[in-house]
Design a protein around this ligand. Structure first.
Ligand code: SF4
Length: 267
C-alpha cells in the first residue's frame, strides 16, 4: 500500500451528487471490488491499482475555515472518492480535523453534513458528530461475513457496521442505511431491510454494470462466485427488466418493514 502526503488547492468541492463533497484522501484502502470511484485513477493518471494507494491531503483542514465562510449554504458529503474512515484515518485524523473545524465555525449552521462509511472507526468521532447537523450512513450489500471479506477486504464487517449505526442512533445521531450495490444472486434485500429497519431511511443502489467497472468485477465474480455468474449476466444484459424486478421488491419491502426508501439509484 502506497501512502503519500499531498497538498490540495481546496477542501470543499462543488458536486453534481449533492452541494459539496469533502474528500480528505484520494484513493481508498478498503479496495472494494465493485468500486467505481477508481475513475479518479484515469482522471489523475495514477498508475497504481485501486486499493493500493492513498494520497492524504494533509493541508485540507487548513483550507476549510475560509471556505465555510465564503461558500453558499448547502449539504456537505463525506466522501465521494474515498471512505473518510479508512484505516489510514486513524493516523492522519484529517476527517476528525475537518469535523472539528466545522463544529467550531461561526458558519456551521449554513451546512448539513452526510457521512457514508464502511468503517467502525467513525465511533471515535461520535463526540463531534453529536454537535453537528449530521446524518451517518453505512453501506451494506450482504450480511455474510465471508462474502463481505472477499468483496470489501479492508472494510469493517457487516455486523460491525450495523453496530455502528445502532450506537450512533443511541448517541442521538440520525442514521441511514445505504444498500449498495445490489449484487445479483448475492444480496438478500429482505434480510437487509429487516436489519436496517431501525434507521430513518435507506438508499438502494443497483450495481453499476458499466464496462470499466465490469472489466475488474466480472472476472472476480467468475472466479469467486461462479454459481452467481448467470444472475450477473441477466442484470448486465437485461438492465430494464432487472431494474423493474428490483424496484418491485424494494417497494414491497418498504411497506413491509415501514422503512422509507429515499431513492433507488440506477446507473
Ligand atoms: S469504501 Fe467506497 S470508495 Fe472505498 S473502495 Fe469501497 S466503494 Fe470504493
Amino acid at each position: 500500500m502506497k501512502i503519500k502526503e499531498i497538498q490540495c488547492k481546496s477542501c470543499m468541492t462543488i458536486s453534481k451528487l449533492t452541494d459539496y463533497v469533502i474528500n480528505p484522501y484520494t484513493g481508498c484502502q478498503h479496495g472494494c471490488k465493485y468500486c467505481y470511484a477508481d475513475f479518479i485513477r484515469r482522471f489523475q493518471k495514477i498508475p497504481d491499482a485501486w486499493g493500493e494507494f492513498v494520497f492524504a491531503k494533509v493541508n485540507c483542514p487548513d483550507l476549510l475555515p475560509k471556505e465555510l465562510e465564503k461558500k453558499k449554504p448547502g449539504n456537505i458529503w463525506l466522501a465521494s472518492v474515498c471512505d473518510c474512515y479508512m484505516p489510514v484515518e486513524a493516523k492522519y485524523k484529517l476527517t476528525r480535523k475537518v469535523l472539528e473545524i466545522i463544529s467550531e465555525s461561526d458558519f456551521k449552521d449554513k451546512f448539513t453534513i452526510e457521512i457514508l462509511t464502511k468503517s467502525a472507526l467513525i465511533k471515535r468521532d461520535f463526540d463531534l458528530l453529536k454537535k453537528l447537523n449530521v446524518e451517518v450512513g453505512c453501506s451494506l450489500n450482504t450480511l455474510d461475513e465471508n462474502v463481505a471479506r472477499k468483496i470489501e477486504p479492508l472494510a469493517s464487517s457487516p455486523r460491525e457496521r450495523i453496530k455502528v449505526l445502532k450506537e450512533a442512533k443511541e448517541n442521538g445521531i440520525k442514521v441511514y442505511g445505504f444498500i449498495s450495490p445490489i449484487l445479483p444472486g448475492i444480496t438478500n434485500l429482505e434480510k437487509l431491510f429487516r436489519e436496517l429497519s431501525f434507521c430513518e431511511y435507506v438508499w438502494v443502489e443497483v450495481l453499476n454494470t458499466r464496462k470499466s467497472v465490469m472489466k475488474r468485477f466480472y472476472p472476480f465474480i467468475k472466479e469467486n462466485f461462479p454459481d452467481k455468474i448467470k444472475d450477473f449476466e441477466f442484470a448486465i444484459n437485461n438492465p430494464e427488466e432487472y431494474f423493474k424486478q428490483i424496484e418491485e421488491e424494494v417497494r414491497m419491502l418498504e411497506k413491509k418493514y415501514k422503512l422509507k426508501v429515499r431513492e433507488i439509484v440506477k446507473h
